[in-house]
Design a binder for this molecule. Structure first.
Ligand code: CP
Ligand code: NVA
Length: 335
């Protein structure tokens, strides 16, 4: 039997809330839960619990993952659109947190400010999970690392290259989780979009524990040499829509395409995968790209066999379920 992973009562506001072994144990639990689900086994470990899902921003995967994970384990969820409830307008976040914490067993928050999720956690008295803020996306990073480990089996010695908006939520959390796992990380981004020094310092401190590296560079063709993971995200995150034209100008040279994937030197020996948190602009099929076509990744790469984007999306479910079970129960035992 594996030792039970018991994080009961803890929050997940940032990956900084987890010690490196706790983070890896969550991935082990997620692997186990994925096997259970494949075998048709549904648990009852959150029976009769109620989960609040607060959303200030849109979501397909995160909302669905929290909902299905809760229902799989016997809990019920309530979707609370931030515009439908009194949240920061007629009632302070602190008061809403104290009310919701008296009713729900756990609260997911997706929105703008990291400070909001921190205030919720401070006053709710029940576990609070960050489902994305402007600065972090910790549950995404857990699914990302699970997907990387599924493909390569081992993490140590791998090289992940993130290409695009090098200071956004997804990049920041990916950088930190790679560092926590001893995966070399390169943030390839224009000089205008480099991460904050504090985020880099934190990631480098984590990498230092494992003898791995975190670096920033500006040349995609140079960055991807020897990469095992090439990762990108949208160039304009939710809430930044006014910067669309500027980002297009800055980031078009950072598009992930076949010549860039070839440049890794690892395409022929199946030693590189493409990743994206989704949603992605890879063809003409969205309102935004109807005229422009592909932005951060070409369709050819997105649809290739080495693209693991839908494994990543599925793994949101298993990792979020692991987080909920670990923080809401006395731990899950398994072989
Ligand atoms: N990757 C991700 O968080 O997707 P959603 O915005 O659909 O939740
Ligand atoms: N960086 C993106 C991620 C979406 C899942 C955003 O914040 O919009």
């Amino acid at each position: 039997m594996k030792p039970k992973l018991n994080l009961k009562g803890r929050n997940l506001l940032s990956l900084r809330d987890l010690a490196d072994p706790e983070m890896l144990a969550l991935l082990d639990l997620a692997d186990h839960l994925k096997c259970e689900k494949a075998l048709g086994i549904r648990g009852n470990r959150l029976a009769r619990m109620s989960i609040a899902l607060i959303f200030e921003k849109a979501s397909t995967r995160t909302r669905s993952a929290f909902t299905v994970a809760a229902v799989d384990e016997g809990a019920s969820v309530e979707y609370l659109g931030a515009h439908d409830i009194h949240f920061g307008k007629k009632e302070s976040i602190k008061d809403s947190a104290r009310v919701l914490g008296r009713m729900y067993d756990g609260i997911q928050f997706r929105g703008f400010k990291q400070q909001t999720v921190e205030t919720l956690a401070e006053f709710a008295g029940v576990p609070v999970w960050n489902g994305l803020t402007d600065s972090e996306h910790p549950t995404q990073a857990l699914a990302d690392l699970m997907t990387i480990r599924e493909y390569f089996h081992n993490l140590k010695g791998l090289k992940t290259v993130y290409i695009g908006d090098g200071r956004n939520n997804v990049c920041s959390s990916l950088m930190l989780i790679c560092a926590m796992a001893g995966v070399d990380f390169v943030d390839c981004t224009p000089p205008e979009l480099v991460p904050e020094a504090a985020a880099l310092d934190q990631a480098r401190a984590a990498a230092g524990r494992h003898g791995s590296s975190v670096s920033v560079c500006h040349d995609p063709m140079e960055a991807v040499r020897g990469a095992n993971v090439v990762y990108t995200d949208v160039w304009v995150s939710m809430g930044e829509e006014k910067q669309f034209d500027e980002r297009l100008r800055l980031l078009m040279p950072y598009q992930v395409n076949l010549p860039l994937m070839r440049r890794t030197g690892n395409l022929e020996n199946d030693s590189v995968i493409f990743m994206h948190c989704l949603p992605a602009f890879h063809n003409h099929d969205t309102e935004v790209t109807r005229e422009l076509g592909a932005l951060e990744v070409t369709d050819e790469v997105f649809e290739a066999s080495y693209s693991k984007v839908f494994d990543q999306a599925e793994n949101r479910l298993h990792t979020i379920k692991a987080v909920m079970l670990a923080t809401l129960t006395d731990g899950v035992g398994y072989e």
